[in-house]
Write a protein of this length. Structure first.
Length: 359
């Protein structure tokens, strides 16, 4: 069977299974779920009759499993039934009246950063602000706990229904997001210790020498919950806070949509090498849906400029060339000044000699 036949059969069988299991009637409809990071899919929405919100299931991934011979139809149907029942039963309790009340929901605003080009089509329908080749979007956080993370992307239609402007949305997001989901900047030694489940003092046992944060000039920045944590780069004052933490200018590497890596700029790093590392990591270790950018960024703490690293490099070279030109002009002016200053003295010396000769 082709995909559409598969989806229609799944909808019919799942509806019957759920009724037999719960004694309740369900509405099951085909849909296309558009998501950021080009991770949209063809699926179905399952909702109890009378409910305004349901559960989205990715049918295209199940169809691929059947096509590849990983599971047959009956196995997939059993799995979809289990997922649907669990998802509907474990869904967080939501006050749907509050979802339309912006005065309530604004305190649940969060910021997310995504790749602009990769999400260009969807961004046409989403209020966003651009930071170089990335875009900042807003989400309403519904639940955020050990049991899971649930949020609603703020679209133009949702914002219009709430009677709110884009400017107000981002002003409120800048106010509430940093408190709702605080940022943290951690030394790499702390991160490694956490990943290995040991104390920092115990890293010596693994690396053969004492290891402290100061020994690894890299920092990891994210939200405390580490979900879509790269959004912290849009927090007001984050760049200056990071500069103070690392001691000045820094390079920012987009590790993923969940976190970024900060490397102090001590004047000896080549952004091209850092960019090559980012591209390699993205290609081999980061899922496409979690990739943010292949580029490296730089923050100039003195000028307070955040920009692509290649722009910073070009700006630095331009300033260096301007300084060299200015120094050359000053040198020429100084030489001319000296020549002018010496000329009267020479004439005076000649006048004295002529006066002595006449005597």
């Amino acid at each position: 069977m082709d995909f559409e036949e598969f989806r229609e059969q799944l909808k019919e069988d799942l509806k019957e299974r759920l009724f037999q299991r719960t004694g309740e009637d369900f509405e099951i409809a085909s849909n296309h779920v558009a998501k950021l990071q080009n991770e949209g899919y063809e699926g179905i929405t399952v909702r109890r009759e009378g409910d305004s919100v349901g559960l989205n299931l990715d049918v295209s991934s199940f169809y691929k499993e059947m096509e590849n011979g990983n599971r047959d139809y009956d196995q997939i149907l059993n799995s979809v039934e289990q997922i649907a029942v669990r998802g509907l039963n474990e869904a967080p309790a939501i006050d749907y009246d509050s979802l339309s009340n912006y005065d309530i929901m604004k305190e649940h605003l969060s910021l997310q950063v995504v790749a602009t080009e990769r999400n260009a089509e969807l961004l046409e329908k989403i209020p966003h602000k651009e930071i170089e080749d990335m875009s900042v979007v807003c989400r309403f956080i519904i639940s955020n706990s050990n049991d899971g993370f649930s949020s609603i992307l703020v679209t133009d239609d949702l914002l219009k229904s709430m009677g709110v402007t884009k400017e107000q949305l981002f002003n409120d997001a800048n106010t509430y997001a940093p408190d709702l989901r605080p940022s943290e900047i951690r030394g790499m030694a702390d991160v490694l210790a956490e990943m290995m489940g040991v104390d920092v003092s115990e890293l010596e046992n693994h690396f053969g020498a004492p290891v402290q944060n100061a020994d690894i000039p890299m920092y990891v920045a994210s939200t405390q919950d580490k979900t879509n944590g790269a959004g912290i780069i849009a927090y007001p004052g984050f760049m200056d806070m990071a500069a103070e933490k690392v001691g000045g200018d820094f390079f920012l590497l987009p590790s993923s949509v969940h976190e970024v890596i900060i490397i102090p700029d001590r004047g000896n790093a080549d952004y091209r090498e850092l960019e090559s590392m980012v591209r390699e990591v993205n290609a081999t270790q980061v899922e496409p849906k979690d990739q943010l950018s292949d580029h490296v960024y730089h923050y100039d703490a003195k000028e307070k400029v955040f920009e692509l690293a290649d722009k910073f490099d070009a700006r630095k070279k331009e300033k260096s060339a301007e300084k060299a030109e200015k120094d050359s002009v000053l040198k020429d002016l100084s030489a001319e000044k000296k020549e002018v200053a010496d000329t009267p003295k020479i004439k005076a010396d000649k006048a004295v000699k002529r006066e002595e000769a006449s005597l």
